[in-house]
Design a protein around this ligand. Structure first.
Ligand SMILES: [Mg+2]
Length: 224
């Protein structure tokens, strides 16, 4: 029988197909200040908290020699309405709803370990009632969270709230920053990489990964 003590789920790009939408919002916001972002830069933003992403984008904008580089608030004020309009339409990743329902049916404890703020999760989750089965949540703006991914804190706090040992947990992640965080917490990490990556890029971006998934549907069949 294959049974983790708990499943710790990332949200963006793992349960919900929000990453292309987040990337589009960063792209539009950065381009607004004269600095379009490259594909590898957009990938580096994945999995990180909004403020951490904003600081990185600001650095790229100012390194690009923009005459009037914005501050964090201005950049986020440009991005916010773009992101909200896009994210409300995020679809579930294939197998995500089935996996959450399967874990619930088996009585496997679950937690959300996300960099997204509580308000952003509420917005994105509103069209997806199946997400309400994951009641224990650590958000990027959680008052008890010290450091965002790639630090392990999000996963450590999620395991603590479930009362389980993080080393007995399965973590599900899509981003290099998130994978680093989950591994540092001691979890067994299942990686669902973006599907446009070549196998060389995968190896480079996710070194020492034990398990790549092509879809969450694989896990539904495996967890009994
Ligand atoms: Mg993610």
């Amino acid at each position: 029988m294959v049974r983790p003590a708990a499943c710790l789920f990332d949200l963006d790009g793992l349960l919900l197909d929000t990453e292309p939408l987040h990337a589009e919002a960063w792209q539009q916001a950065s381009s607004h200040f004269g600095r379009p972002l490259a594909a590898h830069e957009l990938l580096a933003l994945r999995g990180r908290r909004r403020h951490d992403c904003a600081d990185q984008v600001l650095q790229w904008i100012s390194n690009g020699g923009a005459s009037a580089a914005p501050n964090r608030e201005t950049l986020l004020a440009v991005r916010q309405p773009i992101a909200e309009a896009l994210l409300i339409h995020a679809a579930p990743m294939p197998g995500a709803a089935e996996l959450v329902e399967h874990c619930q049916a088996l009585g496997i404890p679950m937690a959300l370990a996300t960099s997204s703020s509580k308000a952003a999760v509420a917005l994105k989750a509103s069209p997806h009632p199946w997400l309400s089965a994951i009641r224990v949540r650590v958000h990027g703006d959680d008052p008890l969270l010290r450091r965002g991914k790639p630090a392990p804190d999000v996963f450590l706090l999620a395991a603590e709230r479930l009362g389980v040992d993080p080393r007995q947990c399965w973590a599900f992640e899509d981003s290099p920053a998130g994978v680093q965080a989950a591994r540092a917490a001691g979890c067994r990490v299942h990686v669902l990489p973006p599907d446009h990556l070549s196998s060389e890029q995968r190896q480079e971006l996710y070194p020492e990964t034990e398990r790549f998934l092509s879809s969450l549907e694989e896990i539904v069949g495996e967890l009994q």
